[in-house]
Design a protein. Structure first.
Length: 294
């Protein structure tokens, strides 16, 4: 079992071996070239995902790896509950149980979660999509206070699937107990096109010691513009934190803020001191809008 890594850019862009995907890819429309790729999961597949991710399996997935001690820039979150942030569990292209961090966001269907593209599929490998996806908002040391939401569709940029560019994804989840995701935990607004600058609080569930993915951690600092249409913040979170939100205008008393990017990759495999995330521009907006309709 593995956690989705936060990798240096050069490694995150590697194309790996192709395996058959279990989800069903939606065909592109003939009217215009597709800018996003969508994978849908059948009701049977969603039921199987819920059965697969038992509480014991969720705890095992972080404890099965050792990514070293939690870094000095990463702190345990002890403020107000950040209900919209949780763990996104899935099975990767090798059949391994793994997970990322993800965030419930505002959307027309009240059912959209955003994370990194590499939490949905391998980069530059169109057929390598992941399966058995569920989102657990507010996960904390085994507690699942708001339920487990099965993913019925994942959306990534076509550029991520084909070329490993624009590491962003949106997921559409089913209601639980008759309630939609954001009807249950709320949703963070998304600021598309927001320039670099200002203080950012980045959250994640890295599989480092002693937390091993069981507790929400964070980094905070100023964001800066970076090459390749990315932003950077000072942060040493590692694998498992992938997809975690970058919240601007964050209020620790309420746990509220605005999503401006997500954790994509660090600047080194070991002892990384900076986290990079994609600029949420037109491509990210298209991904979000497609997930609203899934």
């Amino acid at each position: 079992m593995r956690v989705a890594p936060v990798l240096p850019r050069t490694l995150a862009a590697l194309a790996l071996a192709v395996v058959p995907a279990l989800g069903t890819a939606l065909p592109a429309t003939a009217a215009a070239p597709a800018t996003t790729d969508t994978v849908t999961y059948t009701p049977q597949e969603r039921r199987a995902a819920l059965a697969h991710w038992t509480p014991a399996r969720m705890k095992e997935v972080g404890g099965a790896v050792d990514l070293g001690p939690t870094g000095p820039l990463t702190k345990k979150w002890t403020g107000a509950p950040v209900k919209t942030v949780g763990r996104l569990f899935f099975v990767n292209q090798k059949g391994d149980d793994t997970y990322c961090t993800a965030t419930a966001v505002k959307s027309g269907n009240r059912s959209v979660v955003m994370a990194a593209g590499h939490c949905a599929r391998l980069p530059a490998s169109p057929d390598n999509t992941y399966t058995d996806l569920v989102f657990v908002p507010g996960y904390d040391r085994g507690a699942r206070p708001y339920g487990v939401f099965p993913v019925r569709a994942s959306v990534t940029p076509r550029s991520w699937a084909q070329d490993g560019e624009n590491d962003i994804a949106a997921f559409t989840v089913d209601p639980v107990g008759g309630r939609t995701l954001t009807g249950t935990v709320g949703g963070r607004p998304v600021a598309f096109g927001r320039p670099a600058g200002g203080r950012i609080t980045a959250f994640g569930y890295p599989a480092t010691r002693p937390q091993r993915g069981e507790e929400l951690l964070y980094c905070a600092g100023p964001s800066k513009a970076a090459p390749h249409q990315e932003l950077s913040v000072p942060c040493d979170m590692s694998g498992g934190a992938s997809g975690g939100p970058w919240l601007a205008d964050f209020d620790p008393r309420t746990g509220l803020g605005t999503l401006v990017s997500v954790n994509s990759h660090g600047d080194a495999l070991d002892h990384s001191t900076a986290m990079y995330g994609p600029v949420l521009g037109a491509t990210a907006r298209q991904v979000h809008e497609r997930a609203e309709r899934a």
